[in-house]
Ligand binder design. Structure first.
Ligand code: SF4
Length: 230
């Protein structure tokens, strides 16, 4: 299938020298708590429903999260928040995401990262974001017949999503819709309207400080859940 083939191609990408070095160094050195585990140490493909009504676009894999487990948002604190919320709003069959064979399944939902390799300090450079964008373009092209709602986590996810939509020839409002938690914009996709929702990223920086609360995240993902099965 074409999505699996795309995932396989992404997983061998080496376009960004700095990120290749970092993802492999982290995987070789490991965190003490995971010393006995194999680390993935490669780019992270999209994961979830292959024909999703909802596509969630995050920032980048965490060094000891997805870069370890090989599955997007799996095995770190941001993922704990995201999957617990997806479960509360009915889009995930379980609230936790521990490793790639833990039985987790998403309903009508797929998750991708705007940048597919773990960056140092969770900060990809402008050049790295640009280099990785074609992977999102390809994934969006395959998913476009099904997607009715895009959920962008954080401003980097928001900009990556709008960029991909624009390059694909979708109608995107001008001036560019502004990111914010609860922001909404309607894009004209090739198969009709697609609603773009913005949420603060469930990074520890946001969740520890109370900038993002569980009810806030549930409100956005609950709105997205309304696009599944209808
Ligand atoms: Fe390739 Fe994207 Fe990883 Fe860069 S960040 S090496 S473009 S997968």
């Amino acid at each position: 299938d074409r999505l699996a083939a795309l995932g396989a191609r992404i997983s061998t990408c080496r376009r960004c020298p700095r990120l290749v070095r970092w993802r492999e160094q982290v995987a070789a050195e490991k965190r003490a708590a995971y010393a006995e585990e194999p680390y993935w140490g490669r780019p992270i493909a999209g994961w979830g429903d292959p024909e999703p009504a909802v596509l969630v676009v995050g920032l980048a894999p965490a060094a000891h999260g997805a870069n370890r487990t090989g599955r997007v948002f799996t095995g770190d604190r941001s993922g704990d928040w995201l999957f617990a919320s997806l479960h509360r709003v009915g889009l995930a069959n379980q609230p936790t995401s521990v490793h790639a064979a833990d039985g987790l399944a998403l309903r009508g939902t797929r998750i991708v990262a705007a940048v597919r390799c773990a960056p140092p300090d969770n900060k990809p450079t402008t050049a790295e974001k640009a280099r990785c964008a074609p992977w999102l373009d390809r994934e969006l092209a395959l998913l476009a017949p099904h997607v009715r709602c895009l959920v962008a986590l954080g401003s980097i996810g928001w900009d990556a999503t709008l960029g991909a939509a624009r390059r694909a020839g979708w109608e995107v409002p001008r001036p560019k819709p502004r990111f914010g938690h609860g922001a909404e914009s309607v894009l004209g996709g090739p198969h009709g309207e697609v609603v773009l929702l913005g949420s603060f990223h469930p990074s520890q920086q946001n969740t520890f400080t109370g900038r993002l609360t569980e009810p806030m995240l549930d409100a956005v993902l609950g709105r997205a859940a309304g696009f599944v099965d209808r």
